[in-house]
Write a protein that binds this ligand. Structure first.
Ligand code: NAG
Ligand code: NAG
Ligand code: NAG
Length: 959
């Protein structure tokens, strides 16, 4: 955008401001009857979900909109549920999470209004009894979870309403069998019942009066059951049964009177069961014809014999033997297990495995040896030529040999993460032509040693994160033509050359976050081979973008399919600027995250390359510009993160119309007023976080607060907690408590008068404007400055500063790095800078005038950007008025760039001044910076003589 069109936009904004007053009037009138909107204290609405978790709430909030489909209240401090907490106003609520609270009572019928409720979670509370009508009217409930409570007492009809309950989880309570029997009477449709870790000491089928014809899963593990007695076919469809015991020793007897009673059970868990070997044998007999999966963790009996019994069941294919403190696997342990396809030996203490331990398992497809003490890849796995999945993670393997996987040619998944592997050899994976997933993360690998050059044509996922890799050599991944995900985060990668990723033409996701990458040691074109990349994460490195305005080779120019780019959190010091064409080529980019990178400027053309961009995160950058013009390119944004970026206002949004924006995160900035036009420019907004700003408590915020309170579309997060920062008498008070009713008459009247006169005026002005725009804009500023100047003349305070420095944020680097250390550090002047000394919350024009009148001098740092900026020109105007008004030599002009005479023509005053006034030129001082600073010192020192004469001449000519 040229400076000319920029002026145009400023002008349209101004006319809109005037029209806006009229709109405010209409706007206010439309809110005669306030309705409950999205003005919530403690919850966030997202889609149809109310998220009120982890908020320290001590009661169910009363302002949740009745339209929500789910309410999440977990991790709060709610002590109980009262009858009117959910007053029957949630006809669509299907999901309610009340887990992790302090609930110890539930009033009768507390949930009775929640007729659509499907799932209810009360886990981790303090409920000890369930009284008669707690679940009144919950006939539609399908899933109820109340684990980790202290339920001991269940009243007769507590469960009666829930005739459609399918899943009931009451694990970790204190229930006995008569409680359970009473419940089950009312739950004919139950499919899954979890009663693990209760106080059941018998389980007898005669207690269950009616058969549970749909029950598929029954978990009664970790109970002190002494008698398991099934004498009638009460679970005809049971497929999954857990009957393991507690650690307390008690001998369990097993009596299933008819072998057909449990003949659907496929999956059985008898972990820790307290039973004799012969008892287990008769237990196994009852499931002999159907069992396919058996889990035997932490067994007390002879494991060899247990394995032999279980492997005599011909249908058994999956065996899990975890936590059995196994040290050695002998050659004959699995001799009877010939039909096994899956064996899980994880979480033992295995150090050695006999070479032929798995010889009798020719059909083994999945072998899990993770979490053991193996220091080598066991030779026993080499003969398993059918193996598809091998897990050797969390062991102590320090080296890999070429023979390790040479015969596992059908392997598709290999896990070697969390070991101590230091080096790779180029032959280790050479025969794994079918391998798809390789997990090598969390080892100590320093170099890749060409391990991936010639093999692994089918590999799609490679995990190498959390190693000690420092560099990726040329063509290191050449053999991985199918790779789609490569994880290299959390290494120490510093150098990359332009062939480091050669051959990865199918890569979709590359993780390089948390390395030591810096722009110098990453060669240009490094990302070019990955033409199909969709996600690239370069966050938490040391990438500095530099000061250059345009790059010769834009880094991502080949990545037209990239959708997500993250470069946030870059270490190092000093502000940076993103080169204008940094994003060139990213025509399909949807999400760009550059938060926390010390970025202090974004050029207006930065986003011309990314027309599809939907999500932009520029949080936590010192972007304290007043009118960030780069937004003009971002019409498709749906989510915007602006927090903590030193923005003074959101007014820039008015001209842009982000019509798709639905999420705005803009807390911790310097907004004092949110104008109604800003709200109007965001028609799709659903959520706005504007906390921690410096709101002015006056009528300017009336429309904003009314909208925040009443909008049924947008939730302004925590709006009830916004605080006033200005005027001083209101500081610390709540914005919501400000009495906006006092504004109504005033604004209404003004609006009436202005809307009519403005229409006439506009017609006149637009004609004049068409022919004399420069003069007009300029005259407008002069008029404004004259107004503020008049206002100021009356109050004369003693000087607080030696000089107010007026500059554009584009030149902040020079001001902070060059000017400040010299003038404040060496010469000892006290300077006033807007980013540092302006009073937050105070209207900006007041801040400017105060700063100028409280300083002896005004030092204008003039550049092209300065001349384009509305605020800088205002500063200049106010200062020059003071000059003429007080007849004091208060202006010092420093030219940061060469500026042609013609460029100055619209700024008559400045040109005139230049003829007579002090000015210095930085580019011309290149050779003699000391002289430059000395002259500046003299200029600052010069007294307040009413001498209009030239106090100081440089050796240089006027621009
Ligand atoms: C299961 O049945 C088979 C015969 O089909 C028999 O050989 C085996 O011993 C039985 N196993 C158990 C644990 O009852
Ligand atoms: C691979 O298997 C073949 C035949 O099954 C055998 O001769 C060879 O020694 C095995 N190689 C390794 C490294 O175990
Ligand atoms: C913004 O939206 C308004 C109303 O929808 C429209 O009149 C105006 O032209 C739009 N402005 C821009 C810059 O697109």
């Amino acid at each position: 955008m040229s400076s000319r069109t920029k002026k145009d936009t400023n002008w349209t904004r101004r006319t809109k401001q005037l029209k806006g007053l009229g709109l405010v009037c209409l706007y206010i009138l439309s809110f005669v009857t306030p309705v409950r909107g999205y003005f919530l204290k403690g919850c966030r609405i997202s889609g149809g979900d109310a998220k009120c978790d982890k908020k320290n709430l001590d009661a169910v909030p009363q302002d949740i909109p009745p339209t929500v489909e789910s309410i999440d209240l977990h991790k709060n401090k709610i002590p109980g549920i009262r009858t009117d907490d959910f007053r029957g106003e949630f006809p669509r609520l299907t999901n309610l999470n009340l887990g992790n609270n302090f609930i110890h009572y539930i009033d009768t019928g507390a949930f009775s209004g929640l007729i659509a409720l499907k799932t209810l979670n009360l886990n981790h509370n303090r409920i000890c009894n369930l009284s008669e009508n707690v679940f009144l009217h919950l006939n539609g409930l399908a899933e109820l979870r109340i684990t980790y409570n202290c339920i001991k007492k269940v009243e007769l009809n507590a469960f009666k309403p829930m005739t459609n309950l399918k899943i009931l989880d009451l694990s970790h309570n204190k229930l006995n069998i008569s409680n359970v029997a009473m419940m089950l009477r009312h739950l004919p449709n139950l499919q899954k019942l979890y009663l693990s870790a209760n106080a059941l000491n018998t389980f007898q089928s005669w207690e269950v009066t009616d058969a549970l014809v749909d029950l598929q899963v029954l978990d009664i593990s970790k109970n002190p059951i002494k008698v398991f007695n099934i004498t009638s076919d009460v679970f005809p469809t049971l497929t999954t049964l857990s009957v393991g015991s507690t650690t307390v020793r008690h001998n369990m007897t097993w009596n299933v009177s008819n072998k057909t009673f449990l003949n659907c059970v496929k999956s059985l868990d008898i972990s820790m069961i307290s039973m004799s070997l012969s008892g287990i044998e008769s237990l196994m007999e009852t499931v002999n014809s159907s069992l396919t999966y058996l889990s035997m963790d932490a067994m007390k009996q002879n494991l060899g014999k247990l394995i032999n019994i279980s492997c005599s069941i011909p249908t058994m294919t999956k065996l899990v033997i975890q936590k059995n403190k196994l040290h050695n696997i002998h050659s004959d342990l699995f001799t009877l297990c010939t039909s096994l396809t899956e064996l899980d030996l994880s979480n033992n203490l295995i150090t050695t495995i006999s070479d032929d331990a798995f010889r009798s398992l020719p059909n083994l497809l999945i072998l899990n040896l993770s979490n053991n003490n193996l220091s080598l890849v066991p030779a026993a796995t080499r003969n398993q030529s059918n193996l598809r999945t091998l897990d050797l993670s969390h062991c102590k393997i320090s080296a890999l040999e070429c023979s390790n996987f040479a015969n596992n040619t059908k392997l598709t998944q290999l896990s070697l993460y969390n070991n101590k592997i230091q080096t790779l050899k180029n032959c280790v994976f050479k025969n794994l032509r079918k391998l798809q997933v390789l997990k090598l993360q969390s080892n100590q690998i320093t170099t890749l040693n060409s391990a991936f050059i010639a093999s692994l044509p089918n590999l799609t996922t490679l995990h190498l994160e959390e190693n000690k890799i420092t560099t990726i050599k040329s063509k290191e991944f050449k053999g991985l033509g199918s790779l789609s995900k490569l994880s290299l985060q959390n290494n120490q990668i510093k150098t990359l050359n332009k062939e480091s990723f050669f051959g990865l033409m199918n890569l979709k996701q590359l993780q390089l976050e948390n390395n030591a990458l810096n722009a110098k040691e990453v060669q240009k074109g490094v990302f070019s081979p990955m033409i199909n990349l969709k996600t690239l994460d370069l966050s938490s490195n040391f990438i500095k973008f530099g000061k250059k305005q345009s790059l010769r080779v834009p880094p991502f120019s080949n990545l037209s399919r990239l959708e997500e780019l993250s470069i946030f959190n870059q270490g190092g010091r000093g502000h940076t600027i993103l080169p204008i064409n940094f994003l060139q080529g990213l025509s399909n980019l949807l999400s760009f995250n550059i938060r926390n990178t010390l970025l202090n400027d974004l050029d207006k053309d930065t986003f011309t390359w990314t027309p599809q961009l939907q999500i932009l995160d520029i949080r936590s950058n010192p972007l304290n510009s007043l009118f960030p013009d780069f937004f003009i390119q971002l019409r498709n944004l749906t989510k915007l993160y602006l927090s903590n970026s030193h923005f003074y206002s959101l007014d820039f949004l008015i001209d842009i119309n982000l019509t798709k924006l639905n999420y705005l995160q803009a807390k911790s900035n310097q907004y004092s007023v949110i104008r109604p036009e800003v709200i109007g420019s965001l028609p799709a907004l659903h959520y706005a976080d504007l906390r921690d700003n410096v709101f002015t408590c006056d009528c300017d915020n009336k429309a904003f607060m009314e909208w925040a309170e009443n909008s049924k579309q947008t939730q302004v997060y925590e709006a009830h907690n916004f605080q006033c920062n200005y005027p001083p008498s209101f500081k610390g008070k709540k914005l919501l408590d400000f009495d906006f009713r006092l504004c109504l008459l005033d604004v209404g009247f003004i609006a009436f008068v202005t809307t009519t006169s403005v229409t006439l005026l506009l017609m006149l002005v637009s004609l004049t404007y068409h022919f004399m725009r420069w003069q007009l804009v300029y005259a407008y500023y002069i008029f404004l400055a004259w107004l503020t100047d008049k206002k100021h003349k009356k109050k004369r305070a003693p000087y607080q500063y030696d000089a107010f420095v007026s500059y554009n944020t584009h030149d902040e680097l020079w001001v902070v790095q060059e000017l400040l250390p010299k003038l404040e550090g060496e010469q000892g002047w006290k300077l006033c800078l807007h980013h540092r000394n302006f009073e937050p919350g105070k209207p900006i024009i007041d801040n400017i005038t105060d700063a100028i009148y409280q300083s002896r001098k005004t030092l204008c740092v003039i550049s092209h950007k300065y001349l384009e900026s509305e605020w800088c020109l205002r500063e200049f105007q106010v200062a020059s008025f003071r000059l003429f008004d007080e007849k004091k030599d208060v202006l010092i002009l420093v030219f940061l760039e060469e500026i042609q005479r013609s460029k100055l023509s619209p700024y008559y005053r400045m040109r005139k001044l230049l003829k007579r006034q002090t000015y210095l030129s930085w580019p011309k001082a290149a050779e003699q910076t000391e002289l430059f600073w000395e002259k500046l010192r003299q200029a600052l020192q010069s007294g307040d003589q009413s001498d209009e004469g030239v106090l100081l001449h440089t050796t240089l000519n006027a621009p």
